[in-house]
Design a protein. Structure first.
Length: 463
């Protein structure tokens, strides 16, 4: 019975602060000490059972995964994230996951390393002319990484239709800004249907995005049916558009893949991949700027492995063990996705408790990653060495580290995110040393994802 759970009636009185790390974490650990590793938090309209015991997390995501489903995102959120893999459920989700998986297969992605390197080189090209006479430059890295990530996701999604893809993603970025503003006014029922100026712009953008995407799909179809080979330029061979279009040709009702489905999956990739990955890169750069001894250790490894190669190869990247540890530690301390939510599909036994059908379970990734009972006494410190023996042995329980989620719905883009982050950080380490700018303010904040509220200005010095 729900009543048998420890109940916290409301957290409405909690002082609101963007700087969630010290505040929310201290609330969470306080509650955990009093109420145990499963308690109910009533924050906003929906009560949620917070589950942080790794053994129960294994039940939810592995042992009894078919008894729990993703919760329904509100219509406005779905408008931002697309009606794709992130929010689909049941047979349609399984069908799309199977179709899209090859795009994110390591072999498919590795062939793209030179192109990812090109994106990073292009982004770096503007730096020399902006450098001071002493060879220094200040860069707000969260925006800078975002541009790189967007470029790479465009290549993974659109492959050889890259330039059209760029234009589409440009519009999507604009549309996301408008939809997010509408989301913030979410408390006004039906706000998204009001013909306000912003909503009208958003609707116009939506229409244009759809038109351009359908044009690209149509163009590819005509090329194929005319027997004209697709222009192959070393782009992502199994790009998202390609695998979805193949599936559209082969699938039949009730699981037919429509052009509308392709549009929604493109939106989802843009939403799910962009800010998550750029946040990982940003926090990693900030942490290395704060810990110069780890920066030096990572640089030594990159220089030893890559020699004089300006762009590390895929084999080089596989050998960068210290960098891999650093990225994991960054994902532990600052997981871009701070929580995941599941809902019980029916009355279910979870550990010793009966969970009524429809109960929402919140798995607080951020808090689990900072739980001193699951990690060592230095839980809040940056110590990449804890990952030296691999991810499974870093904490006291293998389920205590879950930045990409767990189980069948774990992140499909994990390999891409790690590959991009490794490459971008390695190239920077090869060429520059860096430190925090005097204007840097440490302010981890959550607006959907964990990001630095005041940006991340760093000062780079040419080596
Ligand atoms: C799912 C985190 C990068 C696409 C997820 C989930 C997490 C996550 C926690 C699970 C959500 C849940 O269980 O409810 C991250 C982090 C990333 C990252 C931390 C970067 C550091 C990417 C990239 C892409 C991507 C680069 C694609 C370009 C997706 C998709 C799903 C997903 C489509 C839904 C998968 C499914 O339900 O089948 N991600 N993600 N993510 N991610 Fe990522």
């Amino acid at each position: 019975e729900i009543s048998s759970l420890n109940l916290i009636a409301s957290t409405q009185s909690m002082p609101f602060s963007h700087n969630i790390l010290p505040r929310v974490l201290s609330f969470y650990h306080h509650w955990k000490k009093i109420y145990g590793s499963m308690f109910l938090v009533w924050f906003g309209p929906t009560p949620r059972v917070t589950v942080s015991d790794p053994a129960l997390i294994r039940e939810i995501f592995v042992l009894k995964s078919d008894l729990f489903e993703k919760n329904e995102s509100p219509a406005l959120v779905r408008k931002i994230e697309g009606d794709g893999l992130l929010s689909l459920k049941g047979e349609k989700w399984a069908h799309h996951r199977k179709i899209i998986q090859p795009t994110f297969h390591t072999e498919n992605l590795k062939s793209m390393v030179p192109l990812m390197g090109k994106s990073i080189e292009e982004a770096l090209a503007a730096w020399p002319e902006k450098m001071s006479d002493s060879g220094k430059i200040e860069v707000e890295v969260s925006d800078w990484f975002q541009k790189i990530v967007r470029d790479v996701i465009t290549r993974v999604t659109f492959g050889s239709s890259y330039s059209e893809g760029r234009a589409i993603f440009e519009l999507l970025a604009q549309q996301m800004v408008h939809a997010t503003e509408a989301y913030q006014k979410f408390f006004i029922p039906g706000y998204r249907f009001f013909p306000t100026k912003k909503n009208r712009i958003s609707w116009g953008l939506e229409k244009e995005i759809r038109r351009l995407l359908l044009k690209v799909i149509d163009g590819r179809r005509r090329l194929r049916s005319g027997g004209v080979p697709e222009e192959v330029s070393g782009e992502c061979p199994d790009d998202l558009l390609e695998v979805m279009m193949r599936a559209a040709d082969e699938s039949a009702p009730p699981l037919a893949v429509t052009p509308g489905d392709i549009v929604e999956e493109c939106k989802t990739m843009f939403f799910a991949g962009q800010h998550t990955t750029s946040n990982l890169m940003t926090w990693t750069a900030v942490l290395l700027a704060m810990h110069p001894q780890w920066q030096e250790q990572a640089r030594e490894e990159v220089l030893r492995v890559c020699g004089s190669r300006e762009i590390p190869t895929k084999d080089d990247l596989a050998k960068l063990k210290t960098l891999a540890m650093i990225l994991n530690e960054s994902l532990r301390l600052y997981p871009p996705a701070v929580a995941v939510i599941r809902r019980a599909k029916s009355d279910t036994q979870l550990g010793m408790l009966q969970i009524p059908s429809g109960t929402e379970l919140l798995i607080p990734i951020l808090a689990i990653h900072h739980d001193p009972t699951l990690w060592c006494h230095d839980v809040h410190e940056f110590n990449p060495a804890r990952f030296a023996k691999g991810v499974a042995h870093a904490a006291k329980h293998p389920m205590a580290f879950m930045p990409f989620g767990l189980g069948s719905r774990r992140c499909i883009g994990q390999n891409l995110a790690i590959l991009q982050a490794k490459l971008a950080v390695a190239i920077i380490l090869q060429r520059f040393s860096f430190e925090l700018s005097p204007s840097y303010q440490h302010s981890p904040s959550v607006l959907m994802l964990l990001h630095p509220q005041h940006g991340a200005p760093l000062v780079f010095r040419k080596l």
